[in-house]
Design a binder for this molecule. Structure first.
Ligand code: 5GP
Ligand code: MG
Length: 178
C-alpha cells in the first residue's frame, strides 16, 4: 500500500468484478444504438479503460476536459469546460462516464451541454457515488459503488494531481493533506 494511504476502501479485484456487472448493464441498454462514450478528464480515465474493454459494442470514445474541484478537497460548485470543442453527439446515444458523483453538478452541467448538442439520449455512469442527500434527477444511471461522504483518491481520482495511478480507491492519511 502507498505510504500516504490510510485505508483501502475498494481493492482492485472488487473493482474488476463490479465492472463486469456494469458492462453487462451497459451492453443491454446500448446494443443496436449509435453509441458515443464521453469520459470526463482526467478522473474517469482508468475507469473508462477498464470498463470499455468489457463492452464489445461498436462505439466512439471521446473525452471532455471539465473541472469542478480546482485542486482542493471540497467541491467548488462551479463547473468549467476547459476546452471549447464538443464531440459530435447529434442524434446519438451517449454514455457519459465520470469517476465520482458528489453534488452531481458536474454530470448535470455536462448532460445539459450534450443535449444542447443534439444527443438523442444521455446515460450517466460513475465508478463511485457519495451517499449524500441529492436531488433524484442528479442520480447516475449506473453506479459502481456507493461510498460515505469522504474524500477518496486512487483509480483515477487525485489529490492535487497525485494518486490517480493507484489501482484501488482509498483514504489519504491526515499527514498527506495540507
Ligand atoms: P460533483 O460535481 O458531483 O460535486 O463533483 C464531481 C467531481 O468532483 C468529480 O468528477 C471529481 O473530480 C471531484 N470529486 C468529488 N468527490 C471527490 C473525492 O472524494 N475525491 C476526489 N479526488 N475527487 C472528488
Ligand atoms: Mg472529475
Amino acid at each position: 500500500m502507498h505510504q500516504d494511504i490510510e485505508k483501502v476502501l475498494i481493492d482492485e479485484e472488487v473493482i474488476k468484478k463490479r465492472l463486469d456487472v456494469l458492462a453487462q448493464k451497459v451492453m443491454l441498454d446500448f446494443e443496436g444504438k449509435p453509441m458515443v462514450v464521453v469520459a470526463l478528464l482526467k478522473g474517469a480515465v482508468l475507469f473508462m479503460a477498464d470498463l470499455l474493454r468489457r463492452v464489445p459494442l461498436p462505439m466512439e470514445i471521446e473525452c471532455l476536459n471539465v473541472a469542478s474541484y480546482h485542486g482542493g478537497t471540497e467541491s467548488s460548485g462551479v463547473v468549467s469546460f476547459l476546452d471549447n470543442t464538443m464531440p459530435d453527439v447529434d442524434g446519438r446515444s451517449v454514455l457519459l462516464l465520470d469517476d465520482i458523483l458528489d453534488t452531481g453538478r458536474t454530470l448535470d452541467a455536462v448532460m445539459k451541454k450534450l443535449r444542447e448538442h443534439g444527443a438523442a439520449e444521455v446515460k450517466t455512469c460513475v465508478l463511485l457515488a457519495k451517499d449524500i442527500p441529492r436531488d433524484e434527477v442528479l442520480a447516475a444511471d449506473y453506479t459502481g459503488f456507493v461510498i460515505g461522504d469522504e474524500f477518496v483518491v486512487g483509480y483515477g481520482l487525485d489529490y492535487r494531481g497525485r494518486y490517480r495511478n493507484l489501482p484501488y480507491v482509498g483514504l489519504l492519511k491526515e499527514s498527506a493533506i495540507g
